[in-house]
Design a protein around this ligand. Sequence first.
Ligand SMILES: CC(C)(COP(=O)(O)OP(=O)(O)OC[C@H]1O[C@@H](n2cnc3c(N)ncnc32)[C@H](O)[C@@H]1OP(=O)(O)O)[C@@H](O)C(=O)NCCC(=O)NCCSC(=O)CCO
Length: 364
Amino acid sequence: MSEIEDSASLQVRLAEIELEKEKLKLQEISEQRQTDLERDRMKHQHELELAKLQLEENKLSLERDKQRESVRQTGLVTAIQEGKALAEKMDTEPTFSEHRTRRRKLLPAHAIDTPDPDVVPVNSSGRPSFEDNVLSATGDSVPVRGIGSTQLNVPLHCVNLESDLVQGEVVVGVLSVLPVEGVDVILGNDLAGVLVWGDASVVVSPKPTSSGELDDLAKRYPSVFPACAITRAMARKHREYGPDHSNSSEDLDLPPQTEHTCAPEPPQALNALCDALMTEVGRALDAFEADGEIGAIVITGSERAFAAGADIKEMQNRTFQECYGGNFLAHWNRISTVKKPVIAAVNGFAVGVLHANKTIMYAM
Ligand SMILES: CC(C)(COP(=O)(O)OP(=O)(O)OC[C@H]1O[C@@H](n2cnc3c(N)ncnc32)[C@H](O)[C@@H]1OP(=O)(O)O)[C@@H](O)C(=O)NCCC(=O)NCCSC(=O)CCO
């Protein structure tokens, strides 16, 4: 073979290879397209099936709603009839719920006998036979405190109630016997809102719940505790109506009270804490602390003001340096060093004068 022929056949072979490669590429593209088409087809089929199922489900729930509505209508009539009969009965016969019914014109709720599986059937005695109806059981239970603080585990049932208070499906705890004859369902406030209330009774002669025994601290410090119990209201009563009308220490069986009044002369406007007043307070505190008969100290002001704070008229002409360097309010600290309990009986304004262990708190 000549060289020219060799070269020509080589060229042909190369062209053939190129052609084959093109063919393969085309085939690959075509296969890919087919896969895409197949995938799309399958996806659409899937969507169609889902839509069919959804349609069927919608139809079924529509049907169920229709059935429930018809059951509800029947139940409503039954409940109204039962309610009327009960209301008439209650008018002549006082019962447990009479107070509530008469006041708010409420009717007790009753479970209704219907063919709906969610509804609890009522037995011949009129009491719902929850135990026989496993279809109403939710599978849950709640702990309920029974008589004498015993704890019962009460199964929860889903029932249909029709009453003036509650309509429709509710979840209730079911007991085989309810404590009140003739009552089948007791609604709590969570179901019936604020329409259900306990029969609150007013106690005419209240008795203390505690035994009246003093606790350990009160026994150890007999003079402190009764004194601490003296309130501003008692102090005011004493002031306004005199000792005859206030609860005297005799009435309360308290140790004798010592009253020490300190006030500057002439009286300060709104008990502004002028130098004279605070010096007098300091002296009184010394005396009270030394007096073994005094257990606690009550400091009070007037009707309008406990105190208007530092006397600003007294302060107005002093410089900061004078006040700070001269320990201007140093004698005020006596109140925070008293070893007996000090009680502030505050009325009206109390301005910037709360001392607690050298911390001054401003209040008004
Ligand atoms: C307590 C106030 C809000 C009461 O107001 P209002 O009912 O309107 O009574 P006023 O007419 O203001 O006062 C009646 C009368 O009291 C005199 N007065 C009131 N506060 C002081 C005082 N702190 N020192 C001296 N005098 C006082 C007032 O001047 C009137 O007297 P007249 O002779 O009729 O003029 C209001 O009074 C008020 O905000 N007072 C000031 C309170 C204050 O700034 N206190 C100082 C706090 S700083 C402190 O305590 C330092 C602690 O380290």
